[in-house]
Design a protein around this ligand. Structure first.
Ligand code: HEC
Ligand code: CU
Length: 421
């Protein structure tokens, strides 16, 4: 009787544990991995299908060989054991056996290598693409520039949107936890999309398992790959090369849409870009700059300096910082050139830099009342800092013409619309 009670109590405890786990349970991620998924991700391209097939074909061949070899071995060991009075044969060199055990493995290897080579060659064939998109890895986000085909000229940065509360376990995690971004890459269905990869700082890798695509993005080098998605939908992947502290925080999300939806997206994106392409010579008001600056700060600076400007650990507080409250030139130097663990922000446009600097000087407890205009960053890039600041580092500016964003874009190979909004 006692035993039963104990057992049922244990069972109950077990069920309630299961129930509490069910409350925390996550569902399948749309376009990403499924709960308890064992197989490779469901393929959406021909290449991914072939990779699937190769994976299973080779696994089956290996299993058959394994079972056959070990079957014969164990059978022989058991059947011809000494205690049964088995006598070893004493022959040497058998041409037949040697030919057989060379030819059969050779045929098996050829049988596996031929289809595998065909797929690898197809993966590398990036010719005749309909659309070319450059994917640039940054610590820690992806930048996309549509280089050729419909949508040419579109350029944006794709940032993680998972709220910090989820990451810090202060809020329940969604099914797309760490796999959601503000700006998805959008491409049309059934079109050959060539992806050119490169990186700005360290090696990253662009990967979407459902497309069977994974390509390193290497600073100073250009690599390419391609895919032709055969079904519309959202597909997710991650940076696949350990690239530093926030390696897990730079997901890749591709939305595959119909041709008409794509054309619509291109038109909207172009309109939005035109609106955002700020004239660096415009004079802004304090309020405009602060509003804009708050956005730039949230998507670029808050990771390290925190939304409340109080900093964390090695990242200094900007609230009350001597640099932020001091001479303009010093802060402009740090923003354009970086310092130790503080990255350079020269890829931001002059307007974004002016906005974020104005914001930091007038947010939290900082109340300098100073307004920094984009034109001051145009000058700073050309080496002319306010209040007689020093010289910028060699690659911080564009000394010859100082024409603002156009020149900067030419230099960094990026459009002026980097990292904003
Ligand atoms: C990767 C983390 C990181 C990000 C992102 C970052 N910073 Fe920093 N920042 C630092 C570190 C580290 C320092 C300290 C550098 C030093 O003095 O060695 C610093 C210093 C500064 C300083 C000087 C503060 C002082 O008191 O010395 C300013 C101003 C500043 N950052 C502004 C910004 C702005 C504006 C952004 C967004 C555009 C930004 N930072 C984004 C890491 C970061
Ligand atoms: Cu990375």
């Amino acid at each position: 009787m006692k035993m039963w009670k104990k057992a049922s109590a244990a069972c109950l405890a077990g069920t309630s544990l299961l129930a509490s786990q069910a409350a925390l349970a996550v569902g399948d991620m749309p376009g990403g991995p499924a709960v308890r998924q064992l197989n490779l991700t469901e393929p959406v391209t021909k290449i991914a299908e072939q990779i699937h097939w190769l994976n299973w074909m080779m696994l089956i061949i290996c299993t058959v060989i394994f079972v056959a070899v070990f079957g014969v071995m164990f059978y022989s060991v058991f059947k011809h054991r000494k205690s049964k009075g088995a006598k070893p044969a004493a022959f040497h060199e058998s041409i037949t056996v040697e030919v057989v055990w060379t030819v059969i493995p050779f045929l098996i290897v050829i049988g596996m290598a031929l289809p595998a080579t065909k797929t690898v060659v197809a993966m590398k064939d990036t010719t005749n693409s309909d659309i070319t998109i450059k994917a640039t890895g940054y610590q820690w986000k992806w930048g996309y520039d549509y280089l050729k085909g419909e949508g040419e000229g579109i350029s944006f940065v794709s940032n993680l949107t998972t709220p910090r509360e989820q990451i810090n376990n202060q809020a329940p995690k969604s099914d797309t936890y760490l796999m959601e971004v503000d700006n998805e890459m959008v491409v049309p269905v059934n079109k050959k999309i060539r992806i050119v990869t490169t990186a700005n700082d360290v090696i990253h890798a662009w990967m979407i398992p459902a497309f069977g695509v994974k390509q390193d993005a290497i600073p100073g080098f250009v690599r390419d790959t391609w895919f032709r998605a055969e079904r519309t939908g959202v597909y997710r992947g991650q940076c696949a090369e350990l690239c530093g502290k926030e390696h897990a925080f730079m997901p890749i999300v591709v939305r595959v849409v119909t041709d008409t939806e794509y054309t619509q997206w291109v038109n909207e994106k172009k309109k939005a870009m035109a609106a955002a392409a700020d004239d660096p010579n415009k004079t802004w008001t304090m309020d405009e700059l602060r509003t804009r600056g708050e956005k730039v700060y949230a998507s670029n600076c808050a990771v390290c300096h925190q939304a409340n400007g109080k900093g964390a650990g090695a990242f200094p507080a900007l609230d009350g910082s001597k640099v932020v409250l001091g001479a303009k030139a010093d802060q402009m130097h740090i923003l354009l050139e970086g310092k130790n663990a503080m990255p350079s922000w020269k890829q931001l446009s002059d307007t974004e830099l002016a906005a974020v600097m104005t914001y930091t000087r007038n947010a939290w407890g900082n109340k300098t009342g100073e307004v920094i205009q984009p034109a001051e960053f145009v000058n700073a890039r050309a080496g002319k800092f306010p209040e007689g600041g020093g010289k910028p580092s060699a690659d911080a500016g564009k000394p010859e013409d100082g024409k603002g964003e156009a020149a900067q874009a030419a230099q960094t190979g990026a459009s002026g619309e980097r990292a904003a909004s």
